[in-house]
Design a protein around this ligand. Structure first.
Ligand code: PMP
Length: 355
């Protein structure tokens, strides 16, 4: 390791993102992107901005976007914080709400960025074992020493915890912040957003990367009590007062003004998820009941790693995790109907060749 690296740069084991390969021929079902284009209003708004004021700094408080989002979520703009992708919002939240010396909790099977942030910011953490069926045991998250974070629905399992249980976790951590990472919530039955008005210690983090087809624009946000949002603003202003660029702001505003396109795309993805789940079950897979835009599946006969590798040779990218607790599972993002037919045909061929 370089002698020039600081202690902070040395200590963290970095997050390993899903493969991003620039090859038009590859069918990308590995990083839960949306297969459909964003709303045409978004593209129009971005081109207008391109012809506009790029020489000027963007608004540091991003008021216009926060007002539009406020209408969408029925919250004051003081309850909304926006940032450069929810990964950045999560990093700032770790810094703002969790402390070195106070143990936080998250599930042992979850979004693998959490341990990276905790290590980077020297926050001790406990990885709470989830049950054999991959659901969380809510009581295990009660009365934490330093706070709680988990995705709902969880990634990569795709399972959602009922909102009453989320509320119980929030209620039973009165002195700490509970962060609910709702990256996939638009594909689920319920959101915890209504809890914001009831509890001062819940922070909900969402993203435009999945349901709104804007992963390339990098817009994430947090919703919560104004006190929490103020803490995030203080953190942000210590790093970069202009976290969002003008194109991202313009695109995100248009996206929140056109809910119809998003609803249509989400419905299409949920319908595809249904038939793909059935088709995989017919091929002998066990598929968890997903509330996301991906599915998590295992086959009693075929190694998930082998299936992942063979699919990759056939130019279809899925996700396989080396963690032994889930290494028998394959995670597959939901694409268009046509893409999923291609995936299933290829998978069937691979299974026949392996038998
Ligand atoms: N949270 C979870 C659970 C995720 O799976 C992802 C996507 N990898 C993110 C947050 C980050 O999303 P983004 O930075 O694109 O907003």
């Amino acid at each position: 390791m370089s002698k020039f690296w600081s202690n902070l740069a040395k200590q963290a084991t970095p997050y390993v993102p899903g493969e991003q390969i620039d090859d038009e021929e590859i069918l990308k079902l590995n990083t839960n992107e949306n297969p459909y284009a964003p709303s045409s209003y978004v593209l129009e708004a971005i081109s207008q901005e391109l012809g506009g004021n790029l020489r000027l700094y963007p608004s540091p408080t991003v008021d216009q976007l926060r007002e539009v989002m406020g209408e969408y979520y029925q919250l004051e703009k003081e309850c909304i914080f926006v940032g450069n992708g929810s990964d950045e919002v999560l990093a700032l939240s770790f810094m703002a709400f969790f402390n070195p010396g106070q143990m936080i909790r998250f599930p042992n099977i979850t979004y693998s960025f959490y341990p990276v942030y905790a290590q980077q910011f020297q926050i001790p953490y406990e990885e709470v074992p989830i049950k054999d069926d991959f659901t969380l045991n809510p009581i295990d998250f009660y009365e934490s020493e330093g706070g709680v974070i988990f995705p709902n629905p969880n990634a990569p399992t795709s399972l959602a915890l009922p909102i009453e249980e989320v509320e119980n976790i929030v209620k039973n951590n009165p002195n700490n912040v509970v962060i609910i990472d709702e990256a996939y919530v638009d594909f689920a039955k319920q959101t915890a957003v209504p809890l914001i008005k009831k509890y001062p210690n819940i922070l909900i983090v969402q993203t435009t990367s999945k349901s709104r087809s804007l992963a390339g624009l990098r817009v994430g946000y947090a919703l919560g009590n104004p006190n929490l949002i103020q803490a995030l603003n203080r953190m942000k202003d210590s790093f970069n007062s202009y976290t969002m660029d003008r194109l991202a702001i313009a695109g995100a505003i248009a996206s929140f003004q056109d809910d119809l396109t998003i609803k249509e795309n989400v419905t299409k993805i949920i319908n595809t998820r249904k038939w793909v789940t059935e088709a995989l079950r017919e091929l002998g897979f066990q598929v968890l009941p997903s509330e996301t835009n991906f599915i998590f599946a295992t086959h009693p006969k075929y190694l998930a790693k082998t299936l992942y590798e063979r699919l990759k040779q056939a130019k279809i990218l899925t996700r396989h995790f080396p963690n032994p607790l889930i290494s028998h599972y394959l995670r597959v993002s939901i694409g268009t109907n046509q893409e999923m037919e291609q995936f299933l045909n290829q998978l069937q061929e691979i299974m026949e060749n392996l038998s």
